[in-house]
Design a protein around this ligand. Structure first.
Ligand SMILES: NC(=O)c1ccc[n+]([C@@H]2O[C@H](COP(=O)([O-])OP(=O)(O)OC[C@H]3O[C@@H](n4cnc5c(N)ncnc54)[C@H](OP(=O)(O)O)[C@@H]3O)[C@@H](O)[C@H]2O)c1
Length: 486
């Protein structure tokens, strides 16, 4: 079935997201022949510039950020479909010329009547833009569809998220609102459900009887770069935990959906998210660590006495019969030693077993024999299973061995960037890889409750060295439980 084309309007078409992610994704789709022929693009910003200037700027970013090699001939055909329109979109008086421009563009590219509005600008602009689109009859038409893509974070807390959702729901039907969590477009996240439910060997073990604990880590070696103004307002909780980490947790731990359709999967994720809470604290030892790297307050556009967390680690419980008593340890942070995203499932140890040399009659008790299943999300996607074997030629030595599946090595294809898949999904009207409002609401309820717990502990931060593994208290949280971060 061919993908329906549309005119994609990027509000914030000159910004960082448009340059680093959206334009390269569109270029890759075009190169792969997956962009519909009746597709066109209108970038919006306040600065004045011509179509040809805008095209040149995008070309420079695409050649820098796209995973594909530059193809001048292909670019020239795509460039003809790209336009720029300048206007401050807070103000209603700017909408008539804007509407004329995007309609002309749609007619030029085939007149399918489909419009995709992408909100790639600061969240405080989402509401005035949505309201103005409605005021100017741009949210419904006699033919075609009108869909809106909203970048994360969806709101700043529960109450602002509810307000934003109320505004959007008054303008667009729920089926036309696409709330982005671009992690849902990552190959390995889509693979989680397949690994769990298309392999009979895993699902029977996927519960408290066999799993000791789960770790979800999203670690970054970079700092905040030029994004201080954005980051200092949100921090690691809002930037990573409320969206990406909780979505990974939901996919990893949800019950099997009866069907692989968007509503059923989202319903199961929601049930799981509703069951998550902070692990109760024992002996006043915290299961919630907020950290900040040394030097963060001196970063560009960061407040001199900033209270923003650049690292969090926490121990969560899932209150259902599958996961009762199984800790979920989550961590994310910036300026750490390494850069990776992964889920590690540590299985329970077998009963103590005595390994040894029967000839010498020396036996050693081993209670540390574990199995690990690691789902590697990035940088290199794959699955690693660790099990125990006898070391060849050594009678008494038991050592861990690994079965390591490297996805890009096995398939020798470039994994599509998350944004490529997400854009095609919206054109196809497929909501599977987008968060429902209920999931977002549930995530904010949990996130707000964790912030209030943090405030109760006087909002203390643990400072960590840039390039380290994070605050020592995060390591201690697991050591107390007889575990460590993998
Ligand atoms: N950057 C990322 O990697 C990333 C990742 C995930 C989510 N996000 C989210 O994506 C959104 C955009 O982030 P960004 O980093 O791309 O921001 P950015 O670089 O600051 O870009 C902002 C864009 O908005 C335009 N703009 C600002 N005010 C406007 C107005 N009143 N009317 C029309 N256009 C206006 C700017 O153009 P002019 O300056 O010409 O007005 C510019 O194109 C944010 O919500 C952010 O949270 C970003």
């Amino acid at each position: 079935m061919s993908v329906p084309g549309c005119t994609m309007v990027i509000f914030g078409g000159t910004g960082d997201l448009a340059h680093r992610k959206l334009a390269p994704a569109i270029y890759n789709l075009h190169l792969e022949g997956r962009l519909p022929s009746d597709f066109s693009l209108v970038g919006i910003g306040r600065k004045q510039k011509s179509d040809s200037q805008y095209r040149q700027e995008l070309a420079a970013s695409i050649s820098k950020y796209s995973s594909s090699t530059w193809d001048e001939k292909q670019w020239q055909t795509l460039a003809l479909k790209i336009h720029y329109h300048a206007g401050d979109m807070r103000y209603a008086e700017n909408y008539l010329p804007f509407k004329n421009a995007v309609e002309a563009c749609n007619i030029e590219s085939g007149g399918n009547g489909n419009y995709l509005y992408y909100m790639a600008l600061a969240p405080h602009l989402f509401t005035p833009i949505a309201e103005n689109l409605k005021l100017h009859n741009m949210t419904a038409g006699e033919s075609g569809w009108r869909r809106i893509m909203i970048e994360k974070p969806f709101g700043y807390d529960l109450s602002s998220a509810r307000k934003l959702n109320n505004t959007l729901s008054a303008v667009f039907d729920e089926e036309n609102i696409y709330r982005i969590d671009h992690y849902l477009g990552k190959e390995m996240l889509q693979n989680i459900l397949v690994i769990r439910f298309a392999n009979t060997i895993f699902e029977p073990l996927w519960n408290k009887r066999f799993i000791d604990h789960v770790q979800i880590s999203a670690r970054e070696s970079d700092g905040i770069g030029d994004r201080g103004r954005y980051y200092d307002r949100v921090g690691a909780m809002r930037d990573m935990f409320q969206s990406h980490l909780l979505q990974m947790l939901a996919l990893m731990a949800m019950e099997p959906p009866l069907k692989a359709d968007p509503d059923t999967i989202r319903t199961e994720k929601l049930k799981l998210l509703n069951a998550v809470h902070l692990w109760p604290e024992e002996e006043s030892k915290s299961n919630l660590i907020f950290g900040q790297y040394y030097g963060y307050m001196q970063e560009k556009d960061v407040a001199a006495y900033s209270q923003t967390e650049t690292y969090i680690a926490l121990k969560l419980a899932v209150n259902n019969s599958r996961w009762q008593g199984v800790p979920f340890y989550l961590q994310t942070g910036k300026k750490l030693e390494d850069k990776l995203v992964k889920i590690v499932i540590q299985f329970k140890s077998p009963p103590s077993f005595y390994f040894g040399d029967p000839l010498e009659g020396v036996y050693k008790e081993r209670s540390d024999l574990i199995n690990l299943l690691t789902l590697k999300v990035q940088p290199r996607e794959g699955v690693v299973f660790q099990f125990n074997i006898k070391k060849p030629a050594a009678i008494e030595e038991v050592v861990p061995a690994e079965m390591d599946f490297c996805q890009p090595c096995a398939f020798m294809i470039n994994t599509p960037e998350a944004y490529e898949l997400l854009l095609l999904d919206v054109m196809n009207g497929d909501q599977t890889r987008f968060s429902s409002w209920n999931e977002i609401e549930s995530s904010w309820i949990l996130t707000d409750s964790i912030y209030s717990q943090h405030r109760k502990s006087l909002g203390n931060f643990d400072i960590y060295e840039a390039g380290s593994m994070g605050p020592e208290s995060a390591a201690d949280m697991l050591i107390r439980d007889g575990r460590h971060w993998w």
